[in-house]
Design a protein around this ligand. Structure first.
Ligand SMILES: Cc1cc2nc3c(=O)[nH]c(=O)nc-3n(C[C@H](O)[C@H](O)[C@H](O)COP(=O)(O)OP(=O)(O)OC[C@H]3O[C@@H](n4cnc5c(N)ncnc54)[C@H](O)[C@@H]3O)c2cc1C
Length: 472
């Protein structure tokens, strides 16, 4: 009789339960929240008040683990958006629309979690113990044999298991729990721009259709409004969700008028102009302390019978929209390893290595971008200096100009192609040649979307100024 115990019933936890179910007699998921019956907010998932896009790599992993997940999301009103069809102002230039296969699903995070959870629990093999908090691991340096959990009435008990999977997210205490068993230390990487989000949901104004494209203004390393970013995405039920974001020293405000002014003062006012016409349906919510953080369980001397997935391993700056995909792909790696070698010795180590491999590309993309923000705090030794920055700026301009390069980059961003494909000879040749056309003006970029023709810009800077040090 084999038992797997999953700590945390969020996205990584439910995906892990789905991966484990065919391979064990019992899967138990312990979750500190009382989980709602529908797509509703809950205390343990504060980030669900904010914009979440599910990248194609994650959508495919969820469909592999829980067939029919994306179909259910679409039935419930989620939108399928080609990455090349967002209105996108990158750190340097506006993007030309291009047709690749890479996509993202835009809907509320509540809907994603509800859909994944109901699918995972439907099979009957997964037992959910909610309203119960994990407070420690049980075992020793050689093997984890279970976890100590505390019910709402304060009663503490031990749940024994052959495999324990930590999926308690960004607030995971796994490194402390392992230290209590004299395991570790587990090295942690940190790169922190001091990023904060302020988010809100709106009714989509009449006149915009179900094919509203989604708008992204990416933050650009610098200070003041230059460093601000924003995303405005369609959700189910005819709603928009907006996220305004800024690094340390430029956090978005939570005052009504200042919020709109912040949105309008970004490098282009389009998000603010759209919001000015929309009716808010939720209060503003802020999220702070959004650092990149990676725990190297894969490199530590770990006991058998324990592994970690999702944000418990790696928290990515959310503006890349990759955290859920990495979590789902990690759970799929767990299933792959179980299919290959079952519950044999070394399972946890093999899965942890695979999970680290899945996260390596998204981590590199996030820190390569974020490292240039002034005042960044990090414990990493970062190589490459100004030359690398200039290369990045040039690359971004080529992506905005060259459809083949754009498609490759979209596949990488959506986690359907590895980061290594960015360095192929054809990509490098395109970067050496540089952009072949002048960058789009703001009017030309917005003009690609007939739906946005009615937007009246409060301020439109037109062609963006070149960074002083940018290579052409
Ligand atoms: C502002 C913001 C915006 C984001 N935007 C995106 C985006 O656009 N796209 C994207 O892919 N990702 C995004 N992310 C990242 C995404 O939210 C995470 O990567 C994802 O939630 C990770 O899933 P998880 O299951 O590992 O953790 P979580 O979803 O946080 O789940 C952890 C679960 O564990 C439970 N738990 C915690 N402690 C205990 C305990 N001691 N005992 C029992 N249960 C416990 C919690 O209640 C929760 O249910 C964003 C994050 C933030 C903060």
């Amino acid at each position: 009789m084999t038992t797997a115990l999953v700590l945390g019933g969020g996205l990584a936890g439910m995906a892990a339960a789905a991966a484990l179910a065919p391979h064990v007699d019992t899967v138990i998921v312990v979750e500190s929240d009382r989980l709602p019956a529908g797509p509703e907010p809950r205390r343990g998932l504060p980030q669900a008040h904010h914009n979440h896009v599910l990248m194609a790599g994650g959508a495919k992993a969820l469909d592999a683990l829980l067939p029919g997940t994306t179909a259910r999301l679409y039935e419930a009103g989620a939108h399928h958006r080609k990455i090349g069809r967002f209105l996108l102002l990158g750190p340097d230039v506006w993007s030309r629309c291009s047709d690749g296969d890479a996509f993202a699903i835009t809907c509320s995070r509540h809907l994603v979690d509800h859909t994944v959870r109901s699918q995972a629990l439907a099979g009957g093999k997964v037992e959910l113990i909610d309203g119960t908090k994990v407070i420690g691991l049980v075992g020793d340096q050689s093997r984890v044999t279970g976890a100590r959990v505390e019910a709402e009435d304060g009663a503490v008990r031990v749940i024994r298991a052959d495999l324990v999977v930590d999926a308690t997210g960004s607030r995971s205490k796994a490194t402390q729990w392992l230290t209590d068993l004299r395991v570790g230390p587990v090295k942690e990487d940190l790169l922190d721009t001091g990023l904060a989000y302020v988010g809100r949901t709106y009714e989509q104004p009449a006149g915009f259709g179900a094919d509203f494209p989604g708008v992204l203004i990416q933050a650009r390393p610098g200070s003041g409004p230059e460093a601000a970013g924003g995303a405005l995405m369609p959700q189910e039920d005819g709603r928009w969700i907006v996220a305004l974001m800024g690094p340390r020293g430029n956090h978005p405000p939570t005052d009504e008028a200042e919020f709109l002014a912040f949105a309008r003062a970004m490098r282009h006012s389009v998000i603010g102009d759209l919001l000015a016409e929309a009716r808010p349906v939720t209060p503003m919510r802020s999220a702070r302390g959004l650092a990149n953080r990676r725990r190297h369980f894969d490199r530590a001397r770990m006991p058998e019978g324990f592994l970690a997935l999702g944000d418990a391993v790696m928290i990515l700056s959310p503006n890349f929209g990759t955290g859920m995909a990495v979590a789902a792909m990690g759970a799929l790696a767990l299933r792959t390893q179980l299919e290959r070698s079952g519950f044999g010795p070394g399972l946890a180590r093999r899965v942890q290595k695979a999970v680290a491999g899945i996260g390596a590309g998204p981590w590199q993309m996030a820190i390569t971008n974020d490292r240039w923000f002034p005042g960044v705090e990090t414990n990493l030794k970062l190589s490459g200096g100004d030359g690398q920055r200039k290369f990045g700026v040039r690359f971004a301009k080529v992506i905005a100009d060259n459809p083949a390069v754009a498609r490759r980059m979209q596949d990488i961003s959506a986690l359907v192609a590895p980061l290594s494909t960015m360095m192929s000879p054809s990509m490098m040749f395109a970067v050496m040649r540089g952009p072949q056309r002048p960058p789009l003006t703001a009017a030309e970029a917005i003009g690609q979307f007939p739906q946005l023709a009615s937007v009246r810009p409060g301020a439109a800077p037109g062609r963006l100024p070149e960074p002083a040090d940018a290579a052409q």
